[in-house]
Design a protein around this ligand. Sequence first.
Ligand code: DDH
Length: 291
Amino acid sequence: GPNIAKVPSGKGLKDYQEIYNDIAGKIEENLDYDGGAGFYGQLVRLSWHASGTYDKNTKTGGSFYGSMIYDPESSDGANAGLAAGRDFLYEFAVKYPWISRGDLWTLGGVVAVQESGGPKVPWRPGRVDSFDKRDIPPPGNLPDASEDGKYVRNLFKRMGFGDRETVALIGAHCLGKCHTHNSGYEGPWGPSFNMFTNDFFVRLLQGWHVRKWDGPKQYEDDESNSFMMLPTDIALKEESYFLKYVKLYAADQDLFFKDFSKAYAALLELGVEYPRGSKPFLFKTIDEQES
Ligand code: DDH
């Protein structure tokens, strides 16, 4: 049936801002995690993988049911390493037992984007946990990094996104890094991997060559040989239908923030139906609450 959002009774902005603040506080206490990346990248990736299973043709997948704890979604190779993010958030599922997994995981991503200096992301609650096997999406819906631009275009089309939104969303690779023990790929995209910026696009337009190593095909930067790009990242400059947006976002961080916020908010809501006129929350950052 349709996945109609159901907000736990009596809960409103104040209650979710409280969880936001708790998550932000725990991120702040773990800034050294993962070689200084902190939990920003991990939490954004968790929110994206919980949501990006959506298929607009079958109306299946997405964050609504919080199904990533179950096989075969939990064991999908694309989700390797994301138990760290789910474990990080678990104490808040215990402290606030009324929040659903889908709400907690998507809220964690919003906290990470905003607290790392990114745009405000409008967010709505109401995802509902399911324990039904039929609500678990099949593996294979999340992207394979060894592929080309046409593949990336079609994969995001399946979620309902166009080229502009696709490029904006992949700009999240400003945060965090790749880990050989998760994906086979290794390293961060740039030096400011705990700050949400348009740096991914600026760097992508610079020079890159194939890295010589035993691992899967990935690229390293000509200047320092210290940073990486995936084949699907490089594909964004190989296809003219993506490259024009890469250039726009490299030149204009405000525009990237505006487009990312819109596309990411939509990503987190794939497969969730809201009552007419339901209004998203905009959370205050910790800085805004302290000043
Ligand atoms: Fe990604 N991503 N991603 N990604 N992603 C990885 C890490 C992170 C692809 C592959 C990988 C998005 C799109 C794509 C983040 C956010 C987003 C890793 C490394 C691989 C591989 C995982 C590991 O080894 O730990 C591919 C392919 C695509 C594609 O679309 C073609 C999108 C749309 C987002 C988003 O958030 C909207 C983030 C953040 C990370 C860093 C994770 C970390 O632990 O740090």
